[in-house]
Design a protein around this ligand. Structure first.
Ligand code: PLP
Length: 543
């Protein structure tokens, strides 16, 4: 667009609103630094836009109360029928044409990085490609247009799919019962821990008040235990990033309700002593809860029931490739051993001679249920997508999902071993973990490095998690990335490191340079969020 815009130059004040893009209502936006002027003394672009990236004010800033997007005459002989309750003042909505509104949202959507736009190397999140076949199946009118209150005779196909999905999940876990309702992994945890609590209560074991959680656990684990009224007791990791069995044994006692363990754990490492862990937990009369968010690393290779696990949630949206993020729907079914099955949440699918039905009331074999976790039966669209993913892979293909996910992560680990500093020795499972050991000499932080990755066209890795590793960078490539894409990521990381070696640290501390917004004050954005827009007074007067 303009020869006087050097790459990475900050934008001029917003031409449309006359205010700086980082004006007072956007404290989270980093102030635009002074640009280097070109030979003519110009900085930025005349429009405030950069190449084809257009500055995007709010709809309210773009519109005007004096304009209207529709052109209808006032109705003749209009008599309000609201008995004097009608609005007196203006409604306060901005007046815009349809094309202005469509362009606004389309431009915003283009600023949103997505798995369909590029690699999402986030660890502990499993952002894998979501096959279009899944989407096509989930949009079939017979699934997409159902209402949860429809008569059961009209939704037999949907119930059959739920039953078949549960059947596969039973096969994959070796457990006899599946609770489909939980809306995400975190709600699956809540479901599992409520079931454990109900089982202990039913056995007169209500003095069990403690839940053991490894230090490296995802934050939802201790949060779930606390929400269920338990005291959370953390178990330290050993130098190899695994649960210290001696420390676990020392913490166990008659007041322990459960161990919550993630396997592979959040450092991307398999817990090789899991059978001993299960034995000591059971020996103490406690249950063994497994956070199954990392199931993609072992799916089809080992059945959790054979590892001594009593209850495990799945994240269908991680392991079985359903789109998630940005608060989008998840799905967190829970697998239960025989002893815990009677406490499963309502409703569940039952097969009878007249077809499928839903067990909806706490009577008969549901007398001990923990009740309902949500209004209906779970996330139907996610069930369809996950089932489509399973069917398109088959049982051998699901095993290969785990093998490829682990291979991809080890490929990255091996390729970057001399560029970044691995947090632990030895191979990893589905994600690889680095610390900031190699960055500290340059006075560059994990955050700086992550921001520099944005400039290179890559979404950052997970950073500063797990907390047990200093300046952690957790990378999960998943099985759906090609070797070519992994090589591009490796080249970018190696290239950034070479720049550091060549004395280019300063640029990292101010990255990103090429994104629509530069370095944000994330702490201030979190602590003092500005959630309310108020009309810019001077502009109002000018119109
Ligand atoms: C993602 C994740 C969770 C939480 O799952 P949600 O579906 O996001 O609620 C819990 N534990 C681990 C290890 C995870 O990776």
């Amino acid at each position: 667009m303009s020869a006087e815009t050097p790459p990475g130059a900050p934008r001029a004040p917003n031409a449309k609103s006359g205010r700086s893009a980082a004006g007072p209502r956007r404290p989270a936006g980093a102030p635009v630094a002074a640009a280097e002027a070109d030979a003519g003394g110009f900085t930025g672009t005349v429009s405030g836009n950069r190449a084809l990236a257009i500055e995007e004010p709010l709809l309210f800033e773009q519109g005007s109360r004096q304009r209207c997007g529709v052109d209808l005459p006032d109705p003749a002989n209009f008599k309000p029928r609201l008995g004097g309750l009608e609005r007196k003042g203006a409604i306060g909505l901005p007046g815009l044409s349809e094309s202005e509104v469509v362009r606004h949202f389309t431009r915003l959507s283009q600023k949103n990085y997505a798995i369909d736009a590029g690699l999402f190397p986030l660890g502990s999140c499993t952002m894998k490609h979501n096959p279009r076949l899944n989407e096509k199946m989930a949009r079939l009118p017979g699934f997409a247009d159902l209402h949860p209150l429809q008569p059961l005779s009209t939704v037999q196909g949907a119930l059959a799919l739920m039953d078949a999905l549960a059947h596969w999940l039973k096969q994959l876990t070796g457990m006899p019962a599946i609770a489909l309702p939980p809306a995400a992994g975190a709600q699956g945890e809540l479901c599992g821990m409520m079931v454990i609590r109900a089982a202990h209560d039913a056995a007169g074991q209500n003095a069990r008040r403690r839940v053991l959680v490894p230090e490296s656990a995802h934050g939802t684990n201790p949060a779930t235990a606390a929400l269920c009224g338990y005291h959370v007791d953390s178990i330290p990791a050993n130098a190899r990033g695994r649960v210290d069995v001696a420390a676990l044994r020392a913490k166990l006692g008659p007041d322990v309700a459960a161990l919550m363990l993630t396997n592979p754990n959040t450092c991307g490492l398999f817990e090789p002593e899991i059978l001993d862990i299960a034995a000591v937990v059971h020996g103490a009369g406690a249950y063994f809860y497994c956070d199954g968010a990392n199931f993609n690393a072992i799916v089809g290779k080992v059945r959790p029931a054979d590892l001594g696990i009593d209850v495990m949630h799945f994240n269908l949206h991680k392991t079985f490739s359903t789109p998630h993020g940005g608060g989008g729907p998840g799905s967190g079914p829970v697998a239960l051993v025989e002893a815990l099955a009677p406490f499963a949440p309502l409703p569940w699918v039952v097969a009878g001679p007249g077809g499928f039905a839903l067990r909806e009331d706490a009577v008969g074999d549901a007398a001990h249920t923990i009740g309902r976790l949500k209004a209906f039966h779970g996330q139907m669209g996610m069930f369809v997508r996950a089932y489509a993913y399973m069917l398109s892979h088959g049982s051998d293909g699901l095993r290969q999902v785990a093998e490829d996910a682990v291979l991809s992560a080890n490929y990255l680990l091996a390729a970057l071993r001399d560029t970044l500093t691995p947090a632990y020795d030895g191979p990893c499972m589905h994600e690889c973990l680095f610390d900031d050991g190699g960055l500290r000499a340059f006075d560059v932080s994990t955050l700086d490095f992550a921001k520099a990755l944005i400039d290179e066209g890559f979404h950052p890795t997970t950073i500063y998690f797990p907390l047990v590793v200093h300046g952690a960078m957790l990378v999960e490539p998943t099985e759906t990335e090609s070797k070519g894409e992994l090589d591009r990521f490796i080249a970018a990381v190696r290239g950034l490191k070479a720049r550091l070696d060549a004395g280019g640290a300063e640029r990292f501390r101010t990255a990103p340079h090429y994104s629509p917004r530069r370095r944000l004050d994330e702490t201030r954005a979190a602590r003092q969020p500005v959630l309310r827009w108020s009309p810019p007074a001077p502009r109002e007067a000018a119109e």
